[in-house]
Design a protein around this ligand. Structure first.
Ligand SMILES: [Zn+2]
Length: 474
């Protein structure tokens, strides 16, 4: 599925772009730029459903992503990154806008940006980049605003699926990367921004695992690996319906999928860089994690524990100009200002949040001075709408986290003492609890006011069968 969208940007955007050009001298801030100032290729790579703690550079003992692990030695690496939602489309829309889901309005898979949205692709296109999106599912088509080309599989035809005709639930990472590379190659000397969305990890439950990938990550999981999982407190065999064997088999399947995606990201970044070596900047992250029985569930969407919201985030410039590592809390809403700064484009004024620490900020200062002047951030996230109990949200700072349940009981965690969120209680940290709860409540009130008259469009029924096949029915 591909659609050309006419250039209907607001005059406001042209003003911003014009303001951006005189900052060329500043563009050394953006990496992968080479001699001409800004990156020739700007990539946003999102790995659907990839929780951070299954990656080697987050301490995982299996070689799930050997190429990316080596790349982290030459990249800007964030060890503590939080997504804005435990659900695919809202989380991606937050990366694209620097806003939280209730602010940009894309609350569910299949929804679309309203015409008043000002996403990353629109700003980059106006600054002279060609813009291409390569999604592995059709239901993200609603995020096409600003893309010259939006390439995704056709939605699954409901009648054909009912009639028993064969269909694909999603497009493999290999084929999505093929399409992205073909498009990047065709852009020649023109600057190009590509968003590449890879879905294989999401399908660990339904796809048959590849034997070679299982073997390469060390499957079947042995007692030593089980002891590691148990020692992190993130996993508990009593929570898997069929016990330890089911749990370990799930871990094996999930880890093997990460390896397959690691291979494709290597092909993408090396391929993108080949045409103009040293002029590609890639930001690699995930939209949310996966339960894997950590708190007694497998999937994602409903909960807001760290296995859901803690995601990998790294920025790699192929000229080696972006290097560093930090444990400071950052968020996927920071993707928006980071990629704009890398391209030398001014960041527009965003909708206000209840506390300045919630606002999106570029991550590139961490490459310049280790982020010494960076104020502490707060990370806010919400779950998928429609569950009983209302719209739960989470808010965390560097150490403390609150899961706020407007219709239930809040849970408060000291992530330093209890990183797996197993012993939620207020204890000695009453001030931190009150501060987080106050910010969460004010953010919910503010977002409700900001949502008045918002123009995001509802779920497109064309995607219903695909969403059902991918397990997104409530
Ligand atoms: Zn997702």
């Amino acid at each position: 599925m591909s659609r050309i969208r006419p250039a209907t940007l607001l005059p406001f955007v042209f003003v911003l772009a014009a303001l951006a050009w005189p900052t060329c001298a500043d563009r050394t801030a953006g990496g992968g730029a080479g001699a001409s100032g800004r990156p020739h290729r700007l990539l946003l790579v999102t790995i659907d459903t990839l929780r951070a703690d299954h990656l080697p550079w987050h301490g995982y003992p299996r070689p799930t992503a050997p190429w990316l692990a080596a790349l982290t030695e030459r990249s800007l690496v964030f060890e503590t990154a939080a997504s804005a939602a435990s659900h695919t489309a809202p989380s991606h829309a937050s990366m694209m806008t620097g806003l939280y889901p209730a602010q940009h309005g894309v609350l569910e898979n299949g929804m679309s940006f309203g015409d008043d949205a000002l996403p990353l692709a629109a700003l980059l296109r106006d600054a002279g980049y060609r813009t291409g999106a390569f999604s592995s599912v059709s239901f993200l088509f609603g995020l096409d605003l600003g893309f010259d080309r939006f390439d995704a599989p056709e939605p699954i035809d409901e009648a054909a699926a009912r009639a028993g005709e064969a269909f694909e639930r999603y497009r493999s990472a290999a084929r999505t990367v093929d399409e992205a590379l073909r498009w990047l190659d065709a852009q020649g000397e023109t600057g190009a921004f590509a968003w590449v969305h890879l879905f294989d990890v999401h399908e660990w439950m339904r796809d048959e695992p590849v034997a070679a990938d299982l073997a390469a990550v060390g499957a079947p999981a042995d007692d030593a690996h089980f002891r590691y999982l148990a020692s992190t407190d993130a996993i508990n065999p009593s929570m898997a319906p069929q016990g330890k064997a089911t749990l370990l088999s799930a871990i094996d399947r999930y880890d093997a999928k990460i390896l397959a995606v690691d291979r494709e990201i290597r092909r993408l970044i090396e391929g993108a860089d080949r045409a103009a070596p040293g002029r590609t900047t890639a930001l690699i992250t995930a939209d949310h994690g996966e339960g894997l029985f950590a708190h007694g569930y497998e999937g994602h969407g409903r909960e807001l524990y760290e296995e859901q919201v803690a995601v990998p985030l790294l920025v790699h410039a192929t000229d080696g100009s972006l290097v560093g590592r930090t444990a400071d809390l950052v968020r996927t809403v920071d993707v928006f200002p980071t990629l704009l700064e890398a391209a030398g484009v001014a960041v527009p004024t965003l909708l206000r949040s209840a506390d300045p620490a919630l606002g999106a900020r570029s991550l590139l200062p961490y490459a310049r001075d280790g982020g010494r002047g960076e104020p502490g951030r707060l990370a806010f996230a919400q779950r998928k709408p429609g569950y009983p109990g209302g719209m739960n949200v989470s808010i965390r700072g560097q150490r403390y986290k609150l899961i706020h349940r407007p219709e239930g009981k809040d849970a408060f965690y000291d992530l330093q003492a209890d990183p797996s969120e197993l012993r939620g209680h207020v204890g000695q940290d009453r001030d931190a609890f009150h501060r987080l709860r106050d910010v969460a409540r004010r953010q919910l009130e503010l977002q409700a006011a900001q949502a008045e008259g918002r123009a995001a469009r509802p779920v497109d029924p064309r995607f219903a069968t695909e969403l059902e096949q991918l397990g997104y029915t409530k």
